[in-house]
Structure formats: structure tokens, C-alpha cells
Design a protein around this ligand. Structure first.
Ligand SMILES: Cc1cc2nc3c(=O)[nH]c(=O)nc-3n(C[C@H](O)[C@H](O)[C@H](O)COP(=O)(O)OP(=O)(O)OC[C@H]3O[C@@H](n4cnc5c(N)ncnc54)[C@H](O)[C@@H]3O)c2cc1C
Length: 462
């Protein structure tokens, strides 16, 4: 990874907007730039690009959508922004929060109307959101969302090159990016551009950068996409760009590590609990999946067990990650709790005592000492299900500081002439500390942030 200062460099080809990374941010940015008339080239180092986006549940939060209105849900960008800031303790960058929340409904409507990418409102209220605002495609999968974006790129004639590992940004004396160099197998190729969008995600897959910037979570295993190597941070650091919210991260407290598979957290909101090997609960599972990861890591063997019943299992089956876990055979089912405890290696008496207490709280619609509120409709009744999980790091939430239009900022706050960033490459809206991640922040900054950056790129191309 390097910044090469060479104003007289020659290039093999040219595109007005070059996008590095073909995940959700890159694909949406490319589509927006193309829709606004730009000639766009997307480069991704993977032979079959997928990014973290394809690993996700594909749920994009948006406020004030037609889908919400149709269900009588009165949401607004301000209410969405308030939820983001409440979770981030007020430390999310307000101009970016405003821009993303205000554009969120427009972007989903644009994808639906222009490209037939149809979002549904997901049932239920995600932790930390004050009402239902998660939107997803019918199959609730990030891979489908991404392949739909690729189809749209195809119909718009956007060029996309895979197995294209971008190594160097070529800049002139005014720090204007005039092109990029990339490796395709043993060949080195190059493209000139008038605007560059960094959409190459964060640094969660780079252990030394995690140790440097996120020492508190370096013990968490990584379960994200290997392409998150911090290339945007490396180029930005060389350019002396501003980094922001670098302490923010996205982790998950219910990951089947062998498959890098996070289980849907809605199982928790539907009534599932987490216990350790002693059968004891250790956290309010409703506080959010990201912060729960470190609690799980602190349990004996860094292992927790999700325990639930047939009703929750049936809800889980509607979600791709859960269905995958069921197919792989890791989820155990028993008619009585003691047998489930034996199968999973949990202390029997501990588990029985915990579920009895949970059901007693649910019977009274009461809260426990961790602050979780239980509901009578969610009592856990046999047959029971259980699965061992661990806490893992999925992504980073800090990155290159940008303004609200996606332009990367220098340390003095002024924007670089033609360098933009979106998605995990840029600062997110989770603020600067652990626990600031509100469900959906990742795809909000990728899909909506990508749209904003793509439009900025098209408007500023020379
Ligand atoms: C398992 C998992 C589950 C998640 N679940 C959710 C969820 O439910 N909701 C949510 O909001 N968020 C979720 N997230 C986070 C969310 O997926 C990400 O924040 C978002 O997808 C990031 O999008 P992106 O486009 O920035 O990055 P990506 O989708 O990772 O795309 C970046 C692309 O850049 C490419 N690249 C990197 N460097 C280079 C280079 N030098 N040259 C060329 N190409 C390069 C990579 O190969 C990759 O394809 C999840 C993440 C994971 C890992």
C-alpha cells in the first residue's frame, strides 16, 4: 500500500470515477455516480467479490419509508438520529448522522423504483431502535442485497474488475489523486481518474492494526470478511488524513466461529437467553449484540450457550444465518432441559434454575437484575434448543474522517480535492467508544453513505 507522488504518471486506461471495493458501499456509490452520469470503474481484489456486506443480514435501517407508513409507523430522520446518538452516548459525528438519516428513506426508494430492489419492513423492533425501521430484501440476506446491486450495475453498464488488488494511489503536488495502480495476478495495471472513492472497508481483519487502535478487543477472534485489511487507513495515514472514531467497533456475542456465522440477535429479543457453562446468565442480552461479545469472551472457555424454545426456533428459521446453522447440525434440541444441558456440557442444576427464574420473571412481566425486561408471551417452554457460541469481532467503525458529503478530510479539517470514502473505510456513526454500535449502523453507512459519496463524486468530477 503506498501513496506515489508522480504528477506525470501515465495510465493504461481511464474512468471519471474509480471505486475501490465492491461491497455495499462501493456498489451503491458506483450506482449513484453512474445514475448521475459518471463513467465508473469498480475494482475489487477478490475473484468473486462479496465483502462483509454479503456476510451481513442485509438489514438497512431507514426512517420515514413508504413501508413504515403502510404499517402506520410514524418515524422521522430526527427520531432515527436520536436513537443513533443515544446508543453512541452523543459521540457520533452529528453532520454525518443527519445526512445519513435524512437520506435513508430516499435511498431505499431510489433502489426500489429505479432498480427493482425491493425492501420489506422487518417485523419487530431491533435493540436500541425506538420503533420498527430495519428494511431487508425478502430473503433477509446480505448476499442477495449485494447481487441485486451488481445486477443493477450490470444494467447500467458500470465496469467492474475483480481480482484487482489496488496497491498504490498516484497523487499530484496538490494531493489530487490522478489514478491508481492495481495487481491482477502477476500483472500491474493502472487507471486514471478524476475522483476516487475508497470503499474498501475497515481494518478488523488486520491483527496488528486492531492491536494498535483497538487494544481492548484484540483478544476477540475475527469473524468478518478477510478483505478488511485497513488499506484506506494505510493510504490515509500516508496522506496525513484525519482518522476519526477509531475506537469504535462492531462485534457480536453469538457467533458460530467455525462458520464465521453470527446468529440473528432477534432470537434474543424474541425470548432466547445466554448462559455460561455453569448455566448462569451474565448480561442483559437486549443491550445489543456488539457489546455482548466481550461479556461472552469473559465466560469460561470464552463460550456461551443460547437457550430458547420451539417458538423462537420457528422465528429463527425465517432468517438465512439461523437456517444455515440448523442445517450444519450445531443446534441441539431436547424435550427436557437436563438432557439439553448434558448434550451441551452445561451444569444441569444451573440451567434449570436459570430458566425457572426467567419464566418466573416472564410470568410477572418483570425485569431482572441486569435490567432485561421479560414478557409473559415469551416464557421458555419445552422442547428446548441450545447452541454454543462465542464473541467475535466483525468490523471496525472508525476510519477516515469525512464531511457529510463523503469527502475525506485533512488533519486541518479541509477536504482533499477529489478523495471520498464510504462504508467501513470511513468514520461511522457509532461514536468513539465500545457499545456505540446501533444495529444497522454498518449497512447504513455502506448503502446510504455509498449513495451520498457516489453523488458527490459525480457532481465533482472534472
Ligand atoms: C458477519 C457480519 C455480519 C454483519 N451483520 C450486519 C448487519 O446485520 N447489519 C449491519 O448494518 N451491518 C452488519 N455487518 C457490518 C456490515 O456488513 C459492514 O459494515 C458493511 O457491509 C461494510 O460495507 P463496505 O462496502 O464498506 O465493505 P465490504 O462489504 O467489506 O466491501 C469492501 C470490499 O473492498 C475490497 N477491498 C479491500 N481492499 C481492497 C483493495 N486494496 N483493492 C481492491 N479491493 C479491496 C474487499 O475485498 C471487499 O470486497 C456485518 C458484518 C459482518 C462481517
Amino acid at each position: 500500500m503506498a501513496i506515489v507522488h508522480d504528477a506525470s504518471a501515465r495510465f493504461d486506461t481511464t474512468a471519471s470515477v474509480v471505486v475501490i471495493g465492491a461491497g455495499g458501499a462501493g456498489a451503491t456509490a458506483a450506482l449513484a455516480a453512474r445514475s448521475a452520469g459518471a463513467d465508473v470503474l469498480v475494482l475489487d481484489r477478490d475473484a468473486a467479490p462479496s465483502g462483509a456486506t454479503a456476510c451481513s443480514s442485509g438489514m438497512v435501517p431507514a426512517a420515514g419509508t413508504a413501508e413504515q407508513t403502510a404499517r402506520g409507523i410514524a418515524d422521522s430522520p430526527q427520531r432515527f438520529a436520536d436513537d443513533i446518538q443515544t446508543k453512541a452516548n452523543g459521540s457520533a459525528y452529528a453532520p454525518l448522522v443527519k445526512a445519513l438519516t435524512e437520506a435513508s428513506a430516499t435511498v431505499l426508494e431510489w433502489l426500489t423504483k429505479q432498480y427493482g430492489i425491493r425492501f420489506e419492513l422487518v417485523e419487530g423492533v431491533a435493540p436500541g431502535h425506538s420503533l420498527s425501521r430495519m428494511h431487508a430484501l425478502a430473503d433477509r440476506g446480505g448476499a442477495t442485497l449485494l447481487s441485486s446491486l451488481y445486477s443493477a450495475l450490470g444494467t447500467q453498464g458500470v465496469r467492474m474488475e475483480s481480482s484487482a488488488d489496488v496497491t498504490d494511489l498516484i497523487v499530484d503536488d496538490s494531493q489530487r489523486v490522478i489514478g491508481v495502480r492495481y495487481k491482477r495476478g502477476s500483472k500491474s495495471e493502472s487507471v486514471a481518474c478524476s475522483t476516487l472513492i475508497l470503499a474498501c472497508n475497515g481494518f478488523a481483519g488486520n491483527r496488528s492494526l486492531v492491536a494498535k487502535y483497538l487494544p481492548d478487543v484484540r483478544a476477540l477472534p475475527f469473524a468478518g470478511h478477510d478483505g478488511s485489511q485497513g488499506d484506506a487507513i494505510a493510504w490515509g495515514t500516508d496522506l496525513d488524513a484525519q482518522l476519526a472514531d477509531i475506537d469504535g467497533f462492531l462485534a457480536h456475542g453469538a457467533v458460530i466461529l467455525a462458520q464465521r456465522l453470527p446468529l440473528p440477535w432477534s432470537l434474543m429479543t424474541e425470548g432466547a437467553v445466554q448462559v455460561n457453562r455453569d448455566g448462569e446468565r451474565f448480561v442483559n442480552e437486549h443491550e445489543g449484540y456488539s457489546e455482548s461479545a466481550l461479556f461472552v469472551l469473559a465466560q469460561p472457555g470464552a463460550t456461551a450457550f443460547m437457550i430458547y424454545d420451539e417458538r423462537v426456533h420457528e422465528i429463527g428459521l425465517t432468517m438465512p444465518n439461523y437456517a444455515t446453522a440448523v442445517t450444519s447440525g450445531v443446534i441441539k434440541r431436547e424435550s427436557v432441559l437436563r438432557d439439553l444441558a448434558d448434550q451441551l456440557g452445561i451444569n444441569r442444576d444451573g440451567l434449570e434454575g436459570t430458566i425457572a427464574l426467567v419464566n418466573a420473571l416472564a410470568f410477572e412481566d418483570a425485569a431482572d437484575d441486569f435490567g432485561r425486561e421479560f414478557r409473559a408471551t415469551q416464557m421458555l417452554l419445552g422442547p428446548y434448543y441450545g447452541v454454543p457460541v462465542t464473541g467475535a469481532l466483525l468490523g471496525t467503525e472508525g476510519g477516515l474522517a469525512t464531511d457529510a458529503t463523503g469527502r475525506v478530510l485533512r488533519k486541518n479539517g479541509s477536504p482533499f480535492p477529489n478523495l471520498l470514502a464510504a462504508g467501513g473505510a470511513a468514520r461511522g456513526v457509532s461514536g468513539d467508544a465500545a457499545g456505540g454500535y446501533l444495529e444497522g449502523n454498518g449497512l447504513l453507512t455502506a448503502i446510504v453513505g455509498g449513495y451520498i459519496a457516489g453523488n458527490t463524486a459525480a457532481a465533482t468530477q472534472t
